[in-house]
Design a protein. Structure first.
Length: 125
């Protein structure tokens, strides 16, 4: 049995947290980031009560530090599929759930969202 004395040194044999396998982990749906919610209420003129009831999943963009891809959905529609945990890419199997998707810059008000085609809602039904 050997004792690893230099435990603070990185072992090159272990995968790092930035490896491709860890980028798209399962996660609980999260509340909208403030800047994204504000953008939807102020710029898109959506009902604030409805906007703040929505949930999202997001992932960091590998090539742009500080930028995130985001998908926004109604948690009630997610429950109807029987799923509670999901990943950013797992929503591709249920495109009807995605209300908005786009990108945002962390610590900035730069938000770009596109609405799902065919969705005419301005607030909760």
């Amino acid at each position: 049995m050997s004792i690893k004395w230099k435990f603070w040194e990185k072992d090159s044999g272990t995968p790092t947290s930035s490896s491709k396998n860890n980028i798209d982990k399962l996660q609980k749906p999260k509340d909208l980031p403030d800047r994204v919610g504000r953008h939807m209420v102020v710029k898109l003129e959506l009902d604030p009560d409805w906007v703040w009831s929505l949930k999202c999943v997001f992932r960091k963009q590998a090539d742009k530090p500080g930028w995130f891809d985001i998908k926004i959905f109604d948690p009630r529609e997610l429950e109807a599929t029987g799923s509670k945990l999901l990943s950013y890419s797992s929503l591709d199997a249920h495109p009807e759930i995605i209300l908005y998707q786009g990108t945002y810059l962390d610590k900035s008000d730069q938000v770009t969202l596109t609405k799902r085609e065919g969705d005419t809602r301005k607030h909760a039904a």
